[in-house]
Design a protein around this ligand. Structure first.
Ligand code: ZN
Length: 305
């Protein structure tokens, strides 16, 4: 199988090169690893960029299958925007296969969107990756917290302005307008969740500490024993006991985790399970960054009622 893949990849890359020649050359071609970063790059870049995401919104962003089609996307990119914090470690394999000098480590067309983010849950002792923990350098799910958008869009703006310095003022204006809209929405979201301050929820995958903390909510436990590691029966028994003891009424699920298990845990504990959008486009009605937040805040507020 591996022997057959090499010529196939070469052929696909050659086709990719031809396609570049035929494409309109005036737009900046940006590739992001996740749909959250795609949405935020589109608001900063506006009409000047063409953005493609390697992962789809409903996919588990920790674990993407590296396919030649992803390498072709990166091969054509002027700008590559990564989540960082080892969420999208698979992208390194894609980048190697793409052989695009614009986006190799240290190149101006490469952006780590996590630069300057205050990272939560940084391990105090060395985490052994062989144990399977998928958050070895801290929690990488900062993009679902709207309070992180100013920092993320600043990093994106920096990258865009490096590859197209003549458009810097346009990017700055786009970003300022977006952050204004986000501020208005933030007031609305804070008001919706205000009555539930201090409220506790249980999650399936540990991806909500930034989001929950922003709105004064508490993640009391997770179904996965450690991120990426399925629970033992003992862990589930303890979790259900905790939920009963602390009257935790909500289990937050993501579309790509084991929803049957989350629903069973919720049922045993007398709670309800709700699905939140783990990324832009993960669920119907979550196709922009602000729509995703609207959906998540409203769904959570309703469940906590
Ligand atoms: Zn995770």
């Amino acid at each position: 199988m591996r022997r057959l893949m090499a010529p196939f990849i070469s052929l696909m890359l050659a086709l990719g090169l031809f396609a570049v020649g035929a494409e309109a050359a005036d737009k900046i071609r940006a590739v992001t690893t996740t749909t959250d970063l795609k949405a935020l790059t589109e608001v900063v870049g506006g009409d000047l960029v063409d953005v493609d995401s390697l992962a789809r919104g409903s996919q588990n962003p920790h674990d993407l299958e590296v396919r030649p089609s992803l390498m072709i996307k990166v091969r054509r990119a002027d700008l590559l925007i990564l989540n960082g914090l080892e969420l999208d470690g698979w992208a390194e394999v894609v980048i190697q296969g793409a052989n695009n000098p614009n986006v190799i480590p240290g190149a101006p067309g490469r952006v780590d969107a996590s630069q300057g983010i205050m990272v939560l849950e940084v391990p105090t002792s060395r985490v052994d990756r062989s144990m399977g923990d998928v958050h070895p350098v801290g929690n990488p799910h900062y993009t679902v917290d709207p309070g992180m958008a100013p920092a993320i869009t600043a990093n994106i703006l920096g990258g865009l302005a490096r590859v197209a310095p003549q458009h810097r003022s346009v990017f700055e204006r786009n970003r300022t307008q977006f952050l204004g809209r986000l501020d208005e929405a933030m007031t609305r979201w804070s008001a919706l969740l205000e009555p539930f301050k201090g409220g506790k929820v249980v999650v399936d995958h540990n991806m909500w500490p930034y989001f929950l903390t922003r709105f004064g909510l508490v993640q009391a436990g997770s179904i996965e024993e450690r991120p990426g590691i399925p629970p033992t029966p003992t862990h589930l028994v303890n979790l259900i006991a905790l939920m009963k003891a602390e009257h935790i009424k909500v289990v937050v699920m993501v579309p790509w985790a084991d929803q049957k298990l989350a629903e069973r845990v919720a049922q045993e504990a007398g709670a309800k399970a709700v699905t939140l959008a783990n990324a832009v486009g993960a669920l119907k009605g979550t196709d922009t960054y602000i729509d995703m937040l609207d959906y998540n805040v409203k769904t959570l507020a309703q469940a906590l009622r």
